[in-house]
Design a protein around this ligand. Sequence first.
Ligand code: ACO
Length: 431
Amino acid sequence: MSKKKRVLLTDESSGKELELPVVAGTEGEPTLDIKALPSTLGYFTYDPGFTATASCTSKITFIDGGKGILRYRGYPIEQLSERSTFLEVAYLLLNGELPSEAQLQKFRGEITYHTMVHEHLNEFISGFQYDAHPMAMMAGVVGSLAAFYHNRMDMESQEHRMVAAQRMIAKMPTIAAACYRHHMGWPTAYPQNSLRYCERFLHMMFSVPSEEYQVSEVSARVLDLLFILHADHEQNASTSTVRLVGSTGANPYACVAAGISALWGPAHGGANEAVLDMFTQIGDISNVPKFIKRAKDKSDPFRLMGFGHRVYKNFDPRATIIRQACYEVLEELGVNDPMMDMALELERIALEDEYFIEKKLYPNVDFYSGIIYRALGIPVSMFTVMFAIARTVGWVAQWLEQSNTPTKIGRPRQVYKGPTERKYEPPHSRR
Ligand code: ACO
């Protein structure tokens, strides 16, 4: 009979002991269950940034940061990116298994059915300043979906929850394109349901009433690949935000709006925009060494955007795939982008530099994605929105998983460092 692993913790001051059970997953590091710690030894644990803390159990995505492994529901990202499609991956993440031909067709139909948004939502978008950042608009507009779909939604119904998930996957490209068109001053482009997911999005982004718009097959294919790579990444900052908000029982559209806000930051999804800003700032390949020097200088806040990752300390498998795709797409689309040369030079110097080697800093997925988006004609301010469209699948899959399991409200503790109790004095007697 196999013995359950436990770790013995001894409090030297009181002599008390506690056996902590080890929670074993199917793969990955063993994790200590510390729930009994406060009631038994009277301690909480301190882990800012959750660098050593698992917040949930999940069956969706597995990452081994040391080995550079990423798998959705057990399938390696390399296989999915080569052989699958974004919608098939979405089905997999939501349902746990790859679909049969018939299931995939039905799923496509369900997503396509929900692509339109209420006309009032377009009016809502028209209320934004023309130069509003699209991520700010996205957070507001997706949050407002809760106003359209709250009263009739039964949160206890698994079916209703699945429809909400599908609705978000379907409407996100429509909303994203509408935000872009508002900025451009173009009229609304309604979703063409005869087109596939990424084709439809590109059509809504770039078609204008005055001329024919033919969606480029190469562009749609590479977008599909980028969406697969970004679809989920277990408990990252935005997904953890969705789960935290979801743990309160909040409306799913509000949960995803919170995820969008978390994604916007330059340390997370905003990095793809920050990478392009950085390339612009560097300006010329000859300036690369100067910026590498700045990135290493502790007194300079400058960091190499698109470098480093909380989990991957060897290489980001998505970056390997996207780097190759970057070459192919630029060639197929006939784009000669000096930024690609700059990126390669930056990558070459950084990867040979002691500072980056020692700190295990490698290019992450965002280092290259911006170059591809640029080649597709996507403006820089929309880069993080692209990420949000893809990650919506992960957010809703994780939200569904959480909603299908009994969950405690997320409520971290703190180490209080403020004043101890003191007496209130009226203003006239304060110094
Ligand atoms: N450039 C220069 N130095 C860096 C960089 C960088 N990009 N990233 C980390 N470091 C250094 C830090 O200064 C720190 O040095 P120290 O130990 O001497 O203090 C050390 O490496 C560890 O960095 P942390 O910030 O503590 O690592 P953490 O795991 O908390 O952060 C993060 C990871 C946020 C991704 C960080 O590497 C970063 O800011 N990178 C740039 C932004 C970026 O590309 N984000 C995208 C992430 S991927 C995604 O969201 C899809």
